[in-house]
Design a protein around this ligand. Structure first.
Ligand code: NAD
Ligand code: ZN
Length: 389
C-alpha cells in the first residue's frame, strides 16, 4: 500500500509499504478514507522530535472503514465507519479508568526510555516517534488500530468525512485546551496561535462561556479566520507589541485565561517575522520562539494558562518566579481524545459546529510531501490539509 513516510528533516516521501494486519487480538485494521496533517507532525518534519526512524509511517488524524477485527474486539465490526483518536489507551489501567487516556500506562511499548527521560511514560501515540510507541500512522491506505474497543468512535450518521475527521485530534484538543483554561463567565481569553488548534480553542472558549476572545498570530489569513469565523478580536504580533496591546485591551489587568496553541517553536518559520523586541523579551537562547514566556507575563494575576502547544525539551526557559508571584495556574497535556468523542460528535450532529471550516487544502495522499512543505511554510494560505488515499 502507499503511505507517507519519514526520511529525516523535511524529507517526507510516498513509499510502498506492507499493508498492516491484526497483530494482537484487540486490534482492528481500517481502510483510510480521510486523514490530515497536524501541527504536531511538523515537530517530526522539522527534526525536533527524537526517536524517529527512516521509513516510519506518519499521521495521527485518520478515519475510515473497518476491514478486519481481532478475536477480542467487541464493539466494532467489518464495515463500520470510524474516526480514530491519536492517543492510544488500553482501557484497563488506572489512567484510562480516570478518563486520562493520553497518560495510559500500557500503550507505550517503549515506556522504559520515556520513563528515564520524564520519570513516567505518557501513552503511545499513532504515527509518532519510537519514544512514544513507534506505532505506524494513518497517512496511508490502511492503519492498524491497537485497542480497537477503546479508541475509535463509530459514525452512524451520513455526515461527510470533512465534518467528523477532526474528532481524531484538533477539535478535542482545542476543547480540552479551553476546559483546562478554567473559563468563567465574564472572562477574557487570549489564544496564541491561530493554526487549527488555536481555531478550535477559540470556538471552544465561546462554547465554555468566555465573554471575550483575543487571538494572536502573524499570518493574516489565520487572523482573518479567527475574527470572521471565530468572532475573536485579533493581534498581529508582527505589527503590534503583544503585551502592550493586551494591557490596553483589558484595562491593564491582562487576560484572565491564556491558551498557548503554538508550542516549542514557531513552526518552520524560524524567527522570520518575529521582531527584535519579542526576541529580547523572550530571552531566546536559541532560534525558537517561546510563547509560554509571553503568556506568563501577560496573564492577569491569579489567572490560568492552558498549554495544548507541544513542548519537547526540558527547561525551555520557563519563568518560574513570575509564575509563582502572580499565582498562576498552568495546565497542559496531550489530549485525552477518547473522553471528548461522544460529546463533541453530538455537537457536530446538532449543528452547533461544522469543523470543516479549517480545511484549506483537500488533496490526494500522494500530494502529501508537497503539502507538508506548504503547511510548514504556511504558504498558499494553507491552514489545514486533508488527504484522501
Ligand atoms: P500550526 O503550526 O498550524 O499553528 C501554529 C500557529 O502558531 C501558526 O499559525 C503560527 O503562525 C503561530 N505562531 C508562531 N509563533 C507565534 C507567536 N510567537 N505568537 C503567536 N502565534 C505564533 O499548528 P497547529 O496544528 O495549530 O498546532 C499547534 C500546536 O498544538 C502545536 O505545537 C501542536 O504540536 C500542538 N498540538 C497539541 C496537541 C495536544 O494533544 N496537546 C494536539 C494537536 C496539536
Ligand atoms: Zn494532531
Amino acid at each position: 500500500m502507499e503511505a507517507l513516510t519519514w526520511h529525516g528533516e523535511q524529507d517526507v516521501r510516498v513509499d510502498e509499504v506492507p499493508k498492516p494486519e491484526v497483530v494482537n487480538p484487540s486490534d482492528a485494521v481500517i481502510e483510510i478514507t480521510a486523514t490530515a496533517i497536524c501541527g504536531s507532525d511538523l515537530h517530526l518534519y522539522n527534526g525536533y522530535m527524537p526517536g524517529m526512524r527512516e521509513g516510519d509511517v506518519l499521521g495521527h488524524e485518520p478515519m475510515g472503514e473497518v476491514v478486519e477485527v481481532g478475536d477480542e474486539v467487541e464493539t466494532l465490526e467489518v464495515g463500520d465507519r470510524v474516526v480514530v483518536p491519536f492517543t492510544i489507551g488500553c482501557g484497563s489501567c488506572w489512567f484510562c479508568g480516570e478518563d486520562m487516556y493520553s497518560l495510559c500506562d500500557n500503550s507505550n511499548p517503549n515506556a522504559e526510555v520515556a520513563r528515564k527521560a520524564m520519570g513516567h511514560s505518557p501513552a503511545g501515540l499513532l504515527g509518532f516517534s519510537h519514544l512514544l510507541g513507534g506505532y505506524a500512522g494513518g497517512q496511508a491506505e490502511y492503519l492498524r488500530v491497537p485497542y480497537a474497543d477503546v479508541g475509535p468512535v463509530k459514525i452512524e450518521s451520513d455526515l461527510p468525512d470533512e465534518q467528523v475527521l477532526f474528532l481524531s485530534d484538533i477539535f478535542p484538543t482545542g476543547y480540552m485546551a479551553a476546559e483546562n483554561a478554567e473559563i468563567e463567565p465574564e472572562d477574557t481569553v487570549a489564544v496564541w496561535g491561530c493554526g487549527p488548534v488555536g481555531q478550535f480553542a477559540i470556538q471552544s472558549a465561546w462554547m465554555l462561556g468566555a465573554n471575550r476572545v483575543i487571538a494572536i498570530d502573524r499570518i493574516q489569513e489565520r487572523l482573518d479566520m479567527a475574527s470572521s469565523h471565530g468572532d475573536a478580536e485579533t493581534i498581529n504580533f508582527e505589527h503590534e507589541d503583544v503585551y502592550d496591546r493586551l494591557m490596553e485591551m483589558t484595562g491593564d489587568r491582562g487576560p484572565d485565561r491564556c491558551i498557548d496553541a503554538v508550542g516549542t517553536e514557531a513552526h518552520g518559520t524560524g524567527l522570520k517575522g518575529v521582531t527584535e523586541k519579542v526576541k529580547q523579551e523572550m530571552h531566546l537562547q536559541d532560534d525558537r520562539v517561546h510563547v509560554l514566556r509571553q503568556a506568563i507575563k501577560c496573564c492577569r494575576k491569579g489567572g490560568t494558562i492552558s498549554v495544548p502547544g507541544v513542548y519537547l525539551r526540558e527547561g525551555d526557559n520557563v519563568p518560574l518566579g513570575p509564575m509563582m508571584n502572580k499565582a498562576l495556574t498552568i495546565k497542559t497535556g496531550q489530549t485525552h481524545v477518547q473522553r471528548y468523542l461522544d460529546p463533541l460528535l453530538e455537537k457536530i450532529e446538532d449543528g452547533e459546529i461544522d469543523p470543516s471550516f479549517v480545511i484549506s487544502h483537500e488533496e490526494p495522499l500522494t500530494s502529501g510531501p508537497e503539502l507538508y512543505d506548504t503547511f510548514n511554510r504556511k504558504d498558499d494560505e494553507c491552514i489545514k490539509v486533508m488527504l484522501t488515499p
